[in-house]
Design a protein around this ligand. Structure first.
Ligand code: F6P
Length: 344
């Protein structure tokens, strides 16, 4: 009799989720296992909504962003542990492959007793502990870099400053990675509160030099020294309720007022999660899916598939539940930016 393996995708989507699904299902296809997909993260467990996955039904999904199983960043096991365990038992699974971020793994940590789980870390923000990189991050950086490259043409045509706001919550990885890849003029990240006076002096120097356009990348959670980050609204029921936003608009107005350099802002928003995955993210998810399937075959449960020191490997599941991995203020990428004369 075939062993039944479940797979679910939880939290905000990230390009590469479909790659994990295709890779896991195709690797496990055969005589010993059947794979079922749980729909919409934990909601699918509570509501017993599943779909049978075969090598044929997943073929080709790796190239699409989003997740063919659906996801939810509001469903949680909080206050529903017994209900979860009962519903989960009804699925008659040998084990579960959970692809998610901090909210998903925190939710799982409440119900993990007696379950067999393999965790696969996911977030475009790149801030999960336990892994050197998360899939979706490279694709998000590609969106940022391509957008800055494109916007630079109109900035130069009109002699304007462009403030481009990226996602990332309290982590500046996307702004830093995308800003470096496009050689932006300034990169503002939450881990390095910036001095308004220093930024103005930098802008004025560039203006005086005759530079026509100026590209500034700002992570949504950034703030100037002694100021608070700009929270746009809160989502009740979400693992992290705050949604950051609005900083780029106020910064663009301030820059124009202070320097006279005409300024515009652009919020890249969910476009950073919606692009088809880059080749780097495809390789990463292919490798992670193959490894997760290998762990299933070996019965090596309650571990995570992570990327460390240049390769996909296994780690304790608990490693994914540690506090967020932020950019160290003197990280080597920060130093690269400084060496290039970028304001950071
Ligand atoms: O954590 C991923 C992320 O895309 C953040 O970068 C962003 O702040 C947030 O999710 C947006 O969440 P939502 O999809 O609820 O708007």
């Amino acid at each position: 009799m075939k062993k039944r393996i479940g797979i679910l995708t939880g939290g905000g989507d990230a390009p590469g989720l479909n790659g994990i699904i295709e890779s896991v299902v195709r690797s496990l296809a055969g005589a010993d296992f059947e794979v079922i997909g749980i729909e919409d993260g934990f909601e699918g467990v509570f509501e017993s909504r599943t779909v049978s996955l075969t090598a044929a039904s997943v073929a080709g999904v790796h190239q699409r962003a989003g997740t063919m199983l659906g996801s939810s960043n509001k469903s949680s096991t909080q206050g529903r542990v017994e209900e979860f365990q009962k519903k989960f038992a009804q699925l008659k699974l040998e084990g579960l492959i959970a692809v998610g971020g901090d909210g998903t793994f925190q939710s799982l940590s409440r119900v993990i007793q007696g379950l067999k789980i393999i965790g696969v870390p996911k977030t475009i923000d790149n801030d999960l502990a336990g892994t050197d990189v998360t899939f979706g991050f490279d694709t998000a950086c590609a969106v940022v870099a391509e957008s800055i490259d494109a916007l630079r043409s109109t900035a130069e045509a009109h002699k304007r400053v462009f403030v481009v706001e990226t996602m990332g919550r309290t982590a500046g990885w996307i702004a830093l990675g995308g800003g470096l890849a496009s050689y932006a003029d300034a990169i503002l990240i939450p881990e390095r509160p910036f001095s308004r006076a220093d930024l103005l002096a930098f802008l004025k120097k560039k203006q005086a030099s005759g530079q026509r356009g100026f590209m500034l990348v700002a992570s949504e959670g950034v703030a100037a020294e002694n100021e608070m980050a700009s929270i746009a609204f809160k989502v009740e029921g979400s693992h992290q309720k705050e949604r950051y936003g609005g900083f780029s608009e106020t910064l663009a107005r301030w820059i124009e007022d202070e320097t006279g350099w005409e300024s515009r802002h652009m919020v890249l928003g969910h476009l950073q999660r919606a692009r088809h995955p880059t080749t780097t993210d495809r390789f990463l998810t292919l490798n992670m899916g193959v490894e997760a399937a290998k762990m299933v075959r070996e019965g090596d449960w309650n571990k995570a598939v992570v990327y460390r020191d240049g390769r996909v490997t296994r780690a304790p599941l608990q490693d994914l539940m540690k506090p967020a991995r932020l950019v160290e203020p003197d990280h080597r990428w920060v130093k690269h930016a400084q060496e290039l004369g970028i304001f950071i």
